[in-house]
Design a binder for this molecule. Structure first.
Ligand code: NAP
Ligand code: MG
Length: 494
């Protein structure tokens, strides 16, 4: 993995312009009432920029631009190979601007800049590349009708797609939505999380440079209660793809029912279990358990936040896991060695501390990290033992670097504990017994089960949840199910 010094990033920062206006119909624009809100670097508290706080009038403008371009066919009617060339160019431009995008992402959300450089930016560019490459390999169907008819089943774009996304992987999640939506021929209005507008706005400029027609991709910045709600309730949005909390995901289903019955695809929260059986490779399990809950400061929807450990190896696991957590480098996101950066803002950090305090109050034991070492937006890797399934820490999503460890005595108990959640996004299973691995995987109510690995994810496989982790799937060719509709064309032969 590449590594750059903090000085390298500070030098780049001195010459990097931070975008702060909305992007509507191919132009950067202030909000219609000129209102702004502060975009803050959580690592330093520094004001980065005053970002446009868009109004419902701005949302109307962006949706109108998306509708107009969609109806005019400037993008939707281009041949797949033409759309492919534009989006491949966008992916290439993102890689050309990899350092700039990594810096923007890290300054904006506090995650380690080298993770942004090595993972987030190539991950997002690769997503555009993958979908660009897929579009001229997708075929329609011919139905088995009688000899006097021909019936084709083709995929058509839905029309105007709105995407409302969170702040934990701003550019990656934007790419997961935008790449298949755009490749399918839709026009898109993106609302980044209020805290994390920078990379989405920079991406918009790069998309124009790549040749995407004006109005096909718009970014409206601002508050969820204003911009998000206006998109959710809009009569001219055909499909709304959402990633965020379960509570807000439910709101979008209501908005749809209260407006035009737009398709809503919620990808929401999680409390994913990590099942560690006695016959596993313990060192590998410990290493990945740490990655599973401390990577990205634990601000990962599929974070393995409930660690279920076989009683016979419980003490050995906890000892090694605590040693691993204590050895992790926490701190300045611009330092190359940093593994755990800053949480998104002080309000969220306070919420995470509140969960730790509540766990202590309910009887959990802090095995490492905890409240004593917290400061500002920083919360150290924290491990709680003595957790039982009724405690809040075993049930609610923390969205921070906090692991709750529970124990089990049998395979059946492990499965029951794992499934004892309103969520079902992901799960991991650690065992050297293939029969146990497969038996357990089949019983787990989760969208992705990783066996002897962690958070298995790739463009080629669907990502999404069971239960209140939402429905619909990001990534893979299945994402096209959200952004296309099926057209039957029946020809009666004369
Ligand atoms: P959030 O509060 O639900 O916000 C998500 C988006 O919805 C933001 O753009 C937000 O705008 C907007 N929003 C908030 N309130 C709204 C309202 N009343 N009406 C319309 N839109 C509204 O989530 P978050 O705190 O940004 O992100 C953390 C959550 O995302 C966690 O629960 C995590 O599990 C989930 N997540 C899920 C996945 C997945 O694929 N399943 C992936 C990543 C994250 P503002 O920013 O202005 O509030
Ligand atoms: Mg929010």
């Amino acid at each position: 993995m590449t590594s750059f010094s903090k000085d390298h990033w500070l030098t780049l920062k001195a010459t990097t312009r931070l975008p702060n206006q909305a992007w509507i119909n191919g132009q950067y624009l202030d909000a219609s009432d000129a209102a702004c809100y502060d975009t803050i670097n959580p690592a330093t508290g520094e004001l980065l920029v005053a970002t446009a706080a868009c109004t419902t009038a701005d949302v109307d403008l962006a949706v109108a631009a998306a509708r107009q371009t969609f109806e005019a066919g400037v993008w939707a009617d281009q041949a797949p190979a033409q759309r492919k060339a534009v989006i491949r160019k966008l992916a290439a431009l993102m890689m050309e601007h990899r350092e700039e995008l990594a810096l923007l992402e890290s300054l904006n959300v506090g995650k380690p800049v080298m993770d942004c450089y090595n993972l987030d930016i190539p991950g997002a560019a690769g997503c555009f590349e993958w979908y660009a490459e897929s579009i001229d390999k997708l075929y329609g169907e011919v139905a088995p009708t009688d000899r006097n008819s021909v019936a084709t089943i083709t995929r058509e774009p839905v029309g105007v797609v709105a995407a409302v996304i969170p702040w934990n992987f701003p550019l990656d999640i934007a790419a997961w939505k935008l790449a298949p939506a755009l490749m399918a021929g839709n026009s898109v209005v993106l609302k980044p999380a209020e805290q994390s507008p920078l990379t989405a706005l920079r991406l918009a400029g790069l998309a124009k440079q790549a040749g995407l027609p004006d109005g096909v991709f718009n970014v409206v910045t601002g508050y969820g209660e204003v911009v998000g709600q206006a998109l959710g309730l809009h009569m001219d949005v055909d499909c709304l793809t959402f990633t965020g909390s379960t509570a807000v995901g439910k709101l979008f289903m209501r908005y749809s029912a209260d407006s035009n019955m737009k398709q809503v695809w919620p990808e929401t929260g999680g409390k994913s279990p990590n099942l560690i059986f006695a016959d596993c490779d313990l060192d590998a399990a410990v290493e990945h358990a740490a990655l599973g809950i401390f990577f990205n400061q634990g601000e990962v929807c599929s974070a393995n936040s409930r660690i279920l450990v076989a009683s016979s190896i419980y003490d050995a696991f906890v000892e090694k896991f605590v040693a691993k957590a204590n050895a992790m480098v926490v701190g300045d996101p611009l330092e190359a060695a940093t593994e755990v950066g800053m949480l998104i803002d002080s309000q969220h950090a306070g919420r995470v501390r509140g969960f730790i305090q509540q766990a202590i109050d309910e009887g959990a034991v802090v095995a490492c990290g905890g409240l004593g070492e917290t400061d500002g937006c920083q919360v150290p890797p924290t491990i709680l033992t003595g957790v039982n399934p009724a405690m809040t820490i075993a049930r609610e999503e923390v969205f921070g670097p906090v692991a709750a460890i529970l124990r089990f005595d049998s395979e059946a108990e492990a499965v029951a504990l794992a499934n004892d959640s309103v969520y079902g996004l992901a799960a991991s299973v650690w065992t050297s017994n293939i029969n146990c691995a497969y038996r357990v995987s089949r019983k787990l109510r989760a969208g992705t089960v990783s066996i002897n690995t962690m958070d298995a994810i790739d463009y080629s496989v669907p990502f999404g949840g069971y239960k209140q982790s939402g429905f619909g799937r990001d990534l893979s060719l299945h994402a096209y199910d959200k952004f296309t509709q099926l057209k039957t064309t029946w020809l009666k032969l004369g």
